[in-house]
Design a binder for this molecule. Structure first.
Ligand SMILES: [Zn+2]
Length: 88
């Protein structure tokens, strides 16, 4: 009788430990996937400016007036040289 109780206790403990391990594994997988996604997006867009084309990240072309992302040396529209020091 006492032996049966101890066996049941051990089985329950093992089940609890297995459930805990599975939960930890699942949470860890989620964390890894999130981290990989952020690394992937950082690699695709190092400066993060294309996802956030705010006016501070844009520079107007003196030739055609097209707004280009800051950091480019030439206009994507007309190909003219961009002056990085004139913003408007
Ligand atoms: Zn231009």
């Amino acid at each position: 009788m006492n032996e049966n109780f101890l066996t049941a206790l051990v089985v329950i403990l093992v089940l609890i430990l297995i459930c805990r391990e599975l939960t930890c594994w699942y949470l860890k997988q989620n964390e890894i996937v999130g981290l990989l996604k952020s690394i992937d997006s950082s690699l695709k867009n190092p400066a993060g400016i294309e996802n956030n084309p705010s006016p501070q990240n844009l520079i107007k072309c003196g030739g055609c007036g097209k707004e280009n992302i800051k950091g480019l040396t030439h206009c994507v529209s007309c190909g003219g040289t961009l002056n990085q020091f004139i913003f408007k």
